[in-house]
Design a protein around this ligand. Structure first.
Ligand SMILES: NC(=O)c1ccc[n+]([C@@H]2O[C@H](COP(=O)([O-])OP(=O)(O)OC[C@H]3O[C@@H](n4cnc5c(N)ncnc54)[C@H](OP(=O)(O)O)[C@@H]3O)[C@@H](O)[C@H]2O)c1
Length: 223
C-alpha cells in the first residue's frame, strides 16, 4: 500500500487516478484550489485520506500547498496533474504577474517538487502537445511574443517533461516519470475526446502507459 498525493484531484484525470488508487487500497491525499472544491473532492471520494487546499496559479499558495503536504508526512508518490488547457485567448496574468498557463502547468510542479519532501516516485502529467513545445526556454513569461494559447500550453507540457528528466538525473533514487494521458473527455479535453475514462484500470506494475524518465535515460533513448 502506497501513500500518494495528487494535485488537481477534484475533477478529471486527477480524480480518476485517485479513485483507481483508492480502489486498489492505496492511501490518497487529494488537492483542490479552494475550500469549496476541497469539500466537493472529499465528498466525491470519501475513501481519501485528506486533502490539501491551494490555488496553484499563486506562488504564495504553491508554498502553502507544499507546507500542508509536508505536514502530513512522507509520501511514496506525488502526481503533478493539475493543469489548464490551451483555450485562453489572451495572456491572463496571475497575482504574481505571470501567464496563467505557465504558473499552473510549469511553475507549480517545479515549486512543489522543490518544496515537498522528495517521495520515491514523481509523476508529471504532460501531453502529446509537448512535442510542439519550444525547448529554448526563451520568453517564458510571454512578454516579447504575441500570445498563442496552444503554443503556451505546448511549451508548458514540454517543461513538465524537461522537469521529469531533470529530476531523474539529479535525484537518481527517485523514479521520475512524465505521462501522456492521450485525449480524454474531461473539462479540459472536451466532450468529443475519444478516450474512455470508464475503461481505465488500476495501475499495474511495469504498466506500459507510464514513461519513466529514469528508465528511459538508462536505456539511452527516447521515443
Ligand atoms: N484531458 C485531456 O485530453 C488531456 C490530454 C493531455 C494532457 N492532459 C493533462 O492532464 C492533466 C489533467 O487534465 P484534465 O483533462 O483532467 O483537466 P480538468 O478536468 O480540467 O482537471 C484539471 C484539474 O486541475 C485543477 N486545477 C486547474 N487549475 C488549478 C489551479 N490554479 N489551482 C488548483 N487546481 C487547479 C482543476 O481544478 P477545478 O476542477 O477546480 O477546475 C482540476 O481538478 C493536465 O495536466 C492536462 O494538461 C489532459
Amino acid at each position: 500500500m502506497a501513500r500518494i498525493f495528487i494535485t488537481g484531484s477534484a475533477d478529471g484525470l486527477g480524480q480518476m487516478a485517485a479513485a483507481l488508487l483508492i480502489r486498489a487500497k492505496h492511501r490518497v491525499v487529494l488537492h483542490a484550489r479552494h475550500a469549496d472544491r476541497v469539500r466537493e473532492a472529499l465528498a466525491a471520494l470519501p475513501g481519501a485520506e485528506g486533502a490539501a487546499c491551494g490555488d496553484l496559479s499563486s506562488l504564495a499558495e504553491m508554498h502553502s500547498v507544499a507546507t500542508q503536504v509536508n505536514a502530513l508526512g512522507r509520501f511514496d508518490a506525488v502526481i503533478h496533474n493539475a493543469g489548464i488547457g490551451y483555450r485562453e485567448r489572451q495572456r491572463i496574468a496571475t497575482a504574481d504577474g505571470l501567464p496563467h498557463v505557465f504558473a499552473v502547468n510549469t511553475l507549480a510542479p517545479y515549486v512543489l517538487t522543490a518544496l515537498i519532501e522528495p517521495p520515491k516516485r514523481l509523476v508529471y502529467v504532460s501531453s502529446g502537445m509537448h512535442r510542439r513545445g519550444d525547448a529554448t526556454l526563451s520568453d517564458l513569461e510571454w512578454n516579447m511574443r504575441p500570445w498563442k494559447g496552444a503554443q503556451a500550453y505546448a511549451d508548458s507540457k514540454l517543461h513538465d517533461v524537461i522537469l521529469a528528466f531533470a529530476i531523474a538525473r539529479r535525484w537518481p533514487k527517485v523514479l521520475s516519470n512524465a505521462v501522456e494521458p492521450g485525449w480524454v473527455p474531461t473539462k479540459m479535453g472536451g466532450p468529443d475526446a475519444p478516450g474512455d475514462r470508464k475503461a481505465a484500470r488500476a495501475p499495474r506494475r511495469n504498466g506500459k502507459s507510464v514513461r519513466s524518465a529514469s528508465e528511459t535515460r538508462r536505456r539511452g533513448h527516447t521515443d
